[in-house]
Design a protein around this ligand. Sequence first.
Ligand code: AMP
Length: 209
Amino acid sequence: MRVILFGSPGSGKGTQAMLLADALGVKQISLGDILREEVKKKSDLGQEVKSYMERGALVPDKLVSRVIEENVDGGGFLLDGYPRNLDQAKELDEILKRKSSAIDSVIYLDIDEQTIIDRLSKRRVCKSCGANYHLKSLPSKKEGICDRCGNELVQRKDDDPQVVKKRWAVFIEEVDKILDFYQKKRKLVKINGRGGIEEVFKRLKQELQ
Ligand code: AMP
């Protein structure tokens, strides 16, 4: 299965993608995670994308399409964070065509702005392994420390409220065009993204079944 999990920043797509990839037995490709890893490694790509990410802007299409081309193959996957504009959606079709493949389903996690502001302002991530927490709904056992690897939890720079507003604006500008693109191909499934992690995951599984 080749599935895209699409949603605004803070819609929970990263968390749900991880759970769903596990359940479907396919690999998860999270573009945001891949780019953050490159920034951490200070690779050439990482240095090029860092400033865009810190201010909540999209990284130029030609840089991210290269990353997608390298990570997508003919097999199953669950993709989150790509596409984020119409050109990327078209580019993804071309990339998959070259690999004799195509998208089966696009799941849209629908959510409102206030919910994402609340989620992102209380999100904490592990500096080392990237695990996600939430101060209220998914706290770590020991405050400020990752349950998985014992390293420090921090707030992502782009979860600063001003940057979140910018990320939301970037999302709103493109969302309808992307939804329309996949709707016309009859690949779009809309899911209510509000509620707890388990609750949303249950909806996702029901829809895919
Ligand atoms: P995310 O973790 O998915 O919220 O992505 C974090 C940041 O990575 C975004 O705010 C962008 O700066 C960058 N990014 C992730 N995916 C894309 C994409 N498809 N196109 C351009 N930039 C992206």
